[in-house]
Write a protein that binds this ligand. Structure first.
Ligand code: SAM
Length: 281
């Protein structure tokens, strides 16, 4: 195996991989930052570093997403471990974290406590970011497979989050009545026949995190119906949804007596989130 310097790697135009991804792989293999890469270009990789780097590049050449190659992804203010069993956290989902925190602050000011459920938590990026930010709040994170909740556990330990619990549950089936002030969910919402989904997403991200029946709305509708029981009176439901689903979700929420329905926009001004309130009677 030929050992290369940082300079030789960065100058190699035959790697067929994005320059940015190469830099992230190098930083990971060397345990160094970007400044090191650009100020120590004559550094010769050790055999172990070169071997690890070559394996990363082989995977990237097969179009495996960088987050799965490195096993982690930045989200909000933290770094999250990811495995092929969990969705790679997306930056637009950070909007949901910020909105839940804003609403939670109002609930906390009124009641001196907040109990939140992150439903379909995947890596735990939403719920653990909130719990890490607000140690006096309590967050429950749930997903439906042990392999997934194991990833949440690892992230909980890495972030040193204490104010949360993690459960293996099929959606809301195991939660008792009036349990939460806020339920936040980014459920699978892509129509199985959609041709808008990127190739690498389709090939490498888990289908249980992506697809739902009824034009992508089956899980969202199920969650809306059952959250009425699990939310406390005046509790909030936050949903991440597809770019063309807001109107149908609004109609369904109205039919199910939810109040204060608001559609929230993503960074491209697309309707991607729905916020609403469950008010008894
Ligand atoms: C779009 S991913 C969101 C993951 C994470 N919350 C995020 O924002 O990156 C949807 C999540 O719903 C979970 N899910 C699918 N079916 C479920 C079920 N029956 N009960 C609970 N969670 C489920 C998937 O495992 C996946 O983690």
């Amino acid at each position: 195996m030929e050992r290369l310097t940082i300079q030789q790697i960065l100058d190699d135009s035959n790697l067929e991989v994005k320059k940015n991804d190469i830099e992230y792989c190098l930083m990971d293999c060397l345990g160094k930052d970007k400044v090191f890469l650009h100020t120590r270009k004559k550094y010769l990789l050790t055999i172990e570093e070169q071997y690890k780097f070559n394996r990363y590049i082989d995977k990237l050449k097969k179009s495996i997403p960088l987050a799965y190659v490195l096993g982690s992804q930045p989200f909000y203010k933290y770094q999250f471990i990811v495995s092929p069993q969990v969705l790679i956290p997306r930056s637009e989902t950070e909007i949901l974290v910020e909105e839940v925190i804003k609403t939670g602050e109002r609930v906390f000011a009124e009641k001196q406590s907040v109990k939140i459920l992150d439903l379909g938590a995947g890596s735990g990026c939403i719920g653990l970011s909130i719990a890490a930010e607000k140690p006096e709040w309590f967050v429950c994170l749930s997903d439906f497979k042990k392999e997934i909740t194991n990833v949440i556990h690892q992230n909980k330990i890495n972030l040193n989050v204490k104010n949360c619990t993690i459960m293996v549950v099929d959606w809301l089936t195991a939660f008792s009545q009036d349990s939460f002030d806020i339920i936040v969910t980014n459920p699978p919402y892509i129509d199985k026949s959609s041709n808008k989904i990127e190739k690498a997403v389709k090939k490498f991200e888990p289908s249980h995190a992506l697809y739902a029946d009824e034009c992508g709305l089956s899980y969202i509708k199920r969650i809306i119906i059952s959250s009425k029981k699990s939310l406390k009176n005046n509790g909030y439901l936050f949903i991440e949804n597809g770019y063309d689903q807001s109107q149908e979700i609004k109609n369904f929420l109205v039919k199910n007596d939810f109040k204060d329905i608001e559609v929230l926009l993503d960074y491209n001004n697309i309707c991607r989130f729905t916020k609403c309130r469950h008010i008894d009677g």
